[in-house]
Design a protein around this ligand. Structure first.
Ligand SMILES: CC(C)(COP(=O)(O)OP(=O)(O)OC[C@H]1O[C@@H](n2cnc3c(N)ncnc32)[C@H](O)[C@@H]1OP(=O)(O)O)[C@@H](O)C(=O)NCCC(=O)NCCS
Length: 323
């Protein structure tokens, strides 16, 4: 069997629910403002579980549903911008927990577009190296990098993880992808890493290690990037938007999705939305949504879904899958 499909999905959200009212105890904001500007009511925040813990829990569920054992995995890719450490990668930490001793494991950093990029990367590697099973994860503990004194960003983000197991199949389950980046706009959304502060540096380069965002710039980018990605991924496939049962967008902001729905003249119900309860979980948002849809029995075999994401980089992309 030369084709590849999603054989199982799983997700894990930390148990602590943080409501908008709770955030209004930390910064000058209120539930009404946050709900009206973003659509977010609450998010889950980790009390100490790190990205690899969350990724492992999501993965165990996805593996069980796919009927694949850890030792049968040839590949593990984790999309994350909030790894436990630089080394080992989250993928290697997950590999160890799953006893997936036969797998190649690595992380990718594509911010909120990470899961879509990971899906196509895994498909390509499975084909070129003749792998049978792959595990793709989007997992984040964004609460570690949120500036909890900045009301314009701390209201937006949440923690969580989602996973998908890719298996061989007769039909092509991952039909087409469209992946793009606009590095020249990267300043609109940043998280600093290690400072360049050595005895040899000509100039100390101290960066803010929290999320810093130009919300309006990102908003403008997101609305046009989603439309371009949807058009781009459909092009040449012979598939029309009418044949797509659900668009599963990165869950960043309700107003972004509303704008896109109006622009494409689509009913808002065509978009699967859960950002009211998760907030923006970056690379985890699309697989968490897929898991919810699976658990709610919303997707049947043969249904076509269009996954679309955008975020830091700036980056964006879309993938059409058949369930
Ligand atoms: C962040 C975002 C919700 C802000 O909404 P906005 O309508 O652009 O608001 P602005 O930043 O222009 O701020 C408007 C006012 O609200 C205030 N404000 C900002 N955050 C606030 C909050 N949480 N509560 C109350 N007031 C707030 C601002 O200080 C500003 O006040 P001022 O007019 O007195 O200066 C919006 O820009 C957005 O969603 N952008 C996309 C972000 C995103 O999705 N990023 C992730 C992509 S992966």
């Amino acid at each position: 069997m030369s084709n590849i499909k999603i054989g199982g999905v799983g997700a894990y959200l930390p148990p602590l629910v943080v409501t908008n009212n709770k955030i209004s105890e930390l910064v000058p904001t209120n539930d009404e403002w946050i709900l009206e500007r973003t659509g977010i009511k609450e998010r889950r925040i980790s009390e100490g579980e790190n990205t690899s813990d969350i990724a492992t829990k999501a993965s165990k569920l996805a593996l069980e549903r796919a009927g694949v054992k850890g030792e049968d995995l040839d590949l593990i890719i984790v999309a994350t911008i909030t790894p436990d450490m630089f080394i080992p990668s989250v993928a290697c930490l997950v590999q160890s927990e799953l006893k997936a001793d036969n797998a190649a494991a690595f992380d990718i950093s594509v911010a909120c577009s990470g899961f879509v990029y990971a899906l196509e990367t895994a498909k390509a590697l499975m084909k070129s190296l003749d792998y049978k099973n792959a595990l793709i994860i989007g997992a984040e503990t964004l609460s570690k990098v949120v500036d909890w004194t900045d009301r314009s960003t701390c209201i937006l983000f949440g923690d969580g993880g989602g996973a998908a197991v890719l298996v061989r199949d007769e039909k092509q389950g991952i039909i087409n992808s469209y992946l793009k980046s606009e590095g020249k706009k990267g300043d609109a959304l940043t998280i600093g890493a290690v400072d360049f502060n050595t005895p040899f540096a000509s100039e100390k380069n101290i960066k803010n290690k929290n999320i810093v965002m130009n919300g309006r710039e990102v908003f403008k980018f997101a609305t046009s990037a989603i439309v371009r990605a949807i058009d781009g991924v459909l092009e040449g496939t012979g598939i029309s938007l009418d044949e797509i049962k659900y668009i599963v967008p990165h869950q960043a902001n309700m107003r972004i999705i509303d704008y896109v729905a109006r622009k494409l003249e689509l009913d808002i119900d065509k978009f699967y939305l859960n950002l009211d309860t998760t907030g923006n979980t970056s690379s985890a948002s699309v697989p968490i949504a897929l898991n919810e849809m699976y658990e709610k029995n919303l997707i049947k075999e043969g249904d076509k879904l269009l996954l679309v994401a955008f975020g830091g980089g700036l980056s964006y992309g879309a993938t059409i899958i058949e369930w």
